[in-house]
Design a protein around this ligand. Structure first.
Ligand SMILES: CC(C)(COP(=O)(O)OP(=O)(O)OC[C@H]1O[C@@H](n2cnc3c(N)ncnc32)[C@H](O)[C@@H]1OP(=O)(O)O)[C@@H](O)C(=O)NCCC(=O)NCCS
Length: 206
C-alpha cells in the first residue's frame, strides 16, 4: 500500500511554525538533496540524544535507513525535517519520522531536536505539527514509544495530553498515546488544508 503523493506535492506540505522562543522554523518533507545534511545532523547529536532517538547506541543512521527516509510515502512512512535560518543559511535543527497504518488509523512517530536547540519549544511545535499531519492522513490515534528514562520526551508528551502505558514486548519502553481530535474550523498545517481541498492529494491508494 502506498500513499498517493507526487514529487510536486511534497513541497506543498511545508509549514512555517513559530516556536516558544519566537523563532520561526520550517517543517517540510526531506528531499534527496538533504541526505548528507540529515546524516550530519544525526552525527552531530549527543550520544545521549541519539540513544534516546534510536533506542540504542548508533553513531549515525544506517545507510539503508537513510535511503528509506528519503522515500516519502513509501510503505506509508514519512520523514520531515525542521529547519532554522541562521547566518543566512538553513540548518536542520530537528527531524521526525512517522508512519500511518491505514487499516487501524494508528499513526506512530519518533522525533528529535538538535541538542543545542533543545529547551526552546521546537519539540512541542513539531509534535503539534505531527498531530495535524496525522489528522490530515485520517489517523484516529497517535502514539510513540520512548525509553522509561527519557524524561524530556515523557514531559513533552505529558504536557501535550498523552496517556502512558506499557509498550508491548519491551519493558524498557513506555508508550504514549492519544486520540486525534481536530476542530473543523482549525486549519493548522498545510497537509490539513490540502486534504480538505483535494482529498485525492493525500488519499491512501490500495
Ligand atoms: C524530547 C525532545 C524532542 C524535546 O524537544 P525540546 O525542543 O527540547 O522540547 P522543549 O523545548 O519543550 O523541552 C522539553 C523539556 O525538556 C527540558 N529540556 C529539554 N532540553 C533540555 C536541556 N538541554 N537542558 C535542560 N532541560 C532541557 C526542559 O525542561 C523542557 O521542559 P519545560 O517544558 O518545562 O521547559 C528533545 O529533548 C530531544 O530531541 N531529545 C533527544 C531525542 C529523543 O529523546 N527523542 C524522543 C524519542 S520518541
Amino acid at each position: 500500500m502506498m500513499l498517493a503523493l507526487t514529487f510536486q506535492d511534497v513541497a506543498r506540505h511545508a509549514d512555517v511554525l513559530r516556536v516558544r522562543s519566537g523563532q520561526s522554523i520550517t517543517v517540510r518533507f526531506v528531499e534527496p538533496k538533504d541526505a548528507a545534511a540529515l546524516q550530519d545532523y544525526f552525527r552531530g547529536l549527543s550520544s545521549r540524544s541519539r540513544y534516546n532517538r534510536f533506542l540504542g547506541a548508533l553513531s549515525e543512521l544506517p545507510r539503508t535507513e537513510l535511503e528509506k527516509s528519503l522515500h516519502i510515502g513509501e510503505d506509508n512512512r514519512f520523514t520531515v525535517i525542521a529547519l532554522i535560518k541562521a547566518d543566512g543559511a538553513e540548518a536542520i535543527v530537528g527531524e521526525a519520522r512517522y508512519a500511518i497504518e491505514p487499516e487501524s488509523g494508528r499513526f506512530e512517530f519518533g522525533l528529535s531536536v538538535d541538542d543545542r536547540w533543545q529547551g526552546h519549544g521546537i519539540g512541542p511545535a513539531l509534535l503539534s505539527n505531527l498531530q495535524c499531519r496525522a489528522a490530515a492522513l485520517g489517523a484516529q490515534r497517535i502514539f510513540g514509544d520512548t525509553l522509561r528514562s527519557n524524561e524530556s520526551m515523557i514531559k513533552l508528551a505529558r504536557k501535550a495530553g498523552y496517556a502512558f502505558g506499557p509498550t508491548p514486548n519491551d519493558w524498557k519502553l513506555v508508550r504514549f498515546e492519544k486520540p486525534i481530535v481536530l476542530a473543523p474550523d482549525e486549519i493548522p498545517c498545510a497537509s490539513w488544508r490540502l486534504a480538505a481541498s483535494h482529498p485525492a492529494a493525500v488519499a491512501l491508494a490500495h
